[in-house]
Design a protein around this ligand. Structure first.
Ligand SMILES: Nc1ncnc2c1ncn2[C@@H]1O[C@H](COP(=O)(O)OP(=O)(O)OP(=O)(O)O)[C@@H](O)[C@H]1O
Ligand SMILES: [Mg+2]
Length: 362
């Protein structure tokens, strides 16, 4: 490994109070400043020229590096907890790092590697500080509440589905019912898995799980949300009807997050309608966008409330936490989309989500 010539940038790197690591196109470490040596408890000379996945001792940090190589997308201000390896003999217990990972490109947009910066925020007593700052959408405090919200809604659907299953099984399990039972079981395991994954991301101290984009058939995805929520509507004697545009182009989204956003809208509609309520779910596509519309004939929203409904923790419900719509809005805007509403008191509400279409190449 050639020594990097002493110049201004090197002096800056040496004096920086943040750890800085840069790995080149092949993932080989080219910069590892003194604070990085301290945080990771490895000497610079032992890592220079080696691949990050062989020398960085923390899995959650290697994962963030790998994501930059995979998608060439930046992730800023992620909070990660690192524990020194047991055999390192280190006295340090846990270090909480605020990290950013980003692809570095030259002026011609050619990818040069991944730059990562780390600031130690352990001493600032992150948890208590962040929780008290609960007005801020990007805090652990929000995430804790978000998780509570994330878990509560699927849990109630799970319970209803398990109840249905119990009913089915009370009677002699006819073979004709086998498919129905199988499909209820599939939902239950799908939802359980989703909860488990979200919990995993949460325990990793990531603020909001990073977006994991995949190509999906939007109608199919919505159909499965409806299937899961229909029992909640049926309890209120309300109907959910779907009006999907056929041959909708595929969309590239984070399935579990869009799932959450749309579920929040449908759950609100279910809560807003009374007996014989109707909830209609539409999909449409234009050249550049797809639209998801959730329409209900429920209680509607008062004019003075309309500007506030997407605010964090705004709720008019006795036991509402006021998170559903703020989370939906955050998720849709993270997807470069938009969410809008029209509503009239005692007539009903219509929520519309716009999501930009991506070309298959990109
Ligand atoms: N479909 C709807 N019909 C009538 N009012 C609605 C509808 N959707 C949202 N609202 C209003 O917007 C407020 C905020 O909704 P949001 O989903 O963010 O929170 P919440 O439903 O009160 O609580 P949470 O979703 O956290 O359980 C609701 O309290 C309600 O007043
Ligand atoms: Mg809600």
């Amino acid at each position: 490994m050639e020594a990097v010539p002493t110049n201004l940038s090197e002096i800056i790197l040496r004096n920086l109070k943040e750890a800085v690591i840069f790995a080149d196109t092949e993932g080989r470490i080219r910069i590892f400043n003194p604070i990085a040596e301290q945080y990771f408890e490895i000497e610079e000379k032992k890592v220079l020229g080696k691949r990050f996945d062989r020398v960085i001792p923390y899995k959650n940090i290697r994962k963030q590096f790998a994501m930059v190589y995979e998608k060439q997308e930046a992730h800023y201000d992620i909070e990660l907890a690192v524990y020194p390896p047991e055999d390192s003999g280190s006295k340090e217990k846990m270090r909480l790092l605020r990290c950013s990972f980003y692809p570095i490109c030259d002026p011609k947009e050619i990818f040069l590697g991944c730059l990562a910066t780390f600031a130690d925020i352990t001493e600032k007593g992150l948890l208590s500080r962040e929780i008290s700052k609960s007005k801020d959408l990007s805090t652990i405090g929000l995430l804790a509440r978000w998780m509570a919200h994330e878990i509560r809604n699927p849990l109630s659907s799970l319970n209803i589905n398990i109840e249905l299953l119990r009913e089915e099984l009370k009677e002699d399990a006819h073979f004709s019912k086998k498919e129905e039972i199988q499909s209820l079981l599939n939902f239950i395991s799908y939802e359980t898995l989703r909860l488990e994954n979200n919990l995993k991301d949460f325990l990793d101290f990531n603020r909001l799980p990073p977006l994991k984009f995949e190509w999906v058939e939007l109608n199919e995805m919505l159909e499965s949300i409806v299937r899961l929520l229909r029992p909640d509507a049926q309890i209120k004697n309300a109907r959910i009807e779907t009006h999907f545009q056929k041959n909708l182009p595929m969309v590239k989204v984070d399935v579990s997050q869009i799932n959450l956003a749309v579920s929040n809208l449908i759950i609100n509609s279910i809560q807003a309608v009374s007996e014989k309520g109707e909830i209609h779910l539409y999909t449409r596509a234009s050249k550049k966008n797809v639209f998801i519309v959730v329409q209900d004939n429920g209680v509607g929203i008062a004019k003075e409330h309309l500007p506030k409904i997407f605010d964090f923790m705004f709720s008019t419900k006795p036991s509402g936490s006021g998170l559903g719509l703020s989370i939906a809005k955050k998720i849709i805007s993270d997807h470069q989309g938009e969410i809008s509403v029209r509503s009239e008191l005692n007539k009903g509400s219509t929520f519309r989500i716009r999501l930009p279409l991506h070309s298959k190449g990109g």
